[in-house]
Design a protein around this ligand. Structure first.
Ligand SMILES: [Zn+2]
Ligand SMILES: [Zn+2]
Ligand SMILES: [Zn+2]
Length: 165
């Protein structure tokens, strides 16, 4: 981990222990209800991502898995990430080629991300980009939007404050 590692909090102050615990038990409940297998390694990968509120690449995840005593074969991490992404527990951030835990799993949504270019913190907005200006343009063009990828890059509140002091 780099020295600039700070506590990323998805931009907002919150009780992060509760946040991780709730998300994990929510994932367990959903997997049980839908007959999905949340294997120990899948659960661990989700937990690692939930702890961060920050995008992690597959290799960073692999390192953390190894530290946690799990297998160190890349396919193990990739398969776990595929499973988690397929079922909406995590999202892939194309711009960073990295993954982030979903901030509101269980709801159907097109995620919109705000990515801090200084600390890599990621916040997931709940807005529906397809309903905004893009939606109006698509409607005018007779285009049906099925999926949008919104990844905004900028500076998070914590980094902006640090720059001002
Ligand atoms: Zn949290
Ligand atoms: Zn999401
Ligand atoms: Zn930042």
């Amino acid at each position: 981990m780099s020295a600039k590692k700070t506590i990323p909090i998805g931009f907002e102050e919150h009780d992060h222990k509760v946040c991780v615990a709730q998300a994990l038990s929510g994932a367990e409940a959903r997997c049980a209800a839908e007959g999905l297998r949340l294997t120990p390694v899948r659960r661990k990968v989700l937990e690692l991502l939930l702890k961060e509120h920050r995008a992690l690449g597959a290799y960073a995840i692999l390192d953390l898995l190894r530290d946690a005593g799990f297998g160190s074969q890349p396919p193990v991490a990739y398969r776990a990430l595929d499973f988690l992404a397929e079922h909406g527990f995590v999202h892939k951030i194309e711009r960073l080629n990295a993954f982030v835990a979903c901030a509101h799993p269980g709801e159907r949504h097109s995620p919109a991300f705000m990515i801090c270019r200084l600390c890599d913190a990621v916040a997931e907005a709940q807005s529906s980009p397809a309903k905004g200006g893009l939606g109006a343009a698509a409607q005018a063009a007779g285009f049906q939007i099925e999926k949008t990828v919104v990844e905004a890059e900028g500076v998070c509140p914590a980094c902006a404050e640090r720059a001002n002091t």
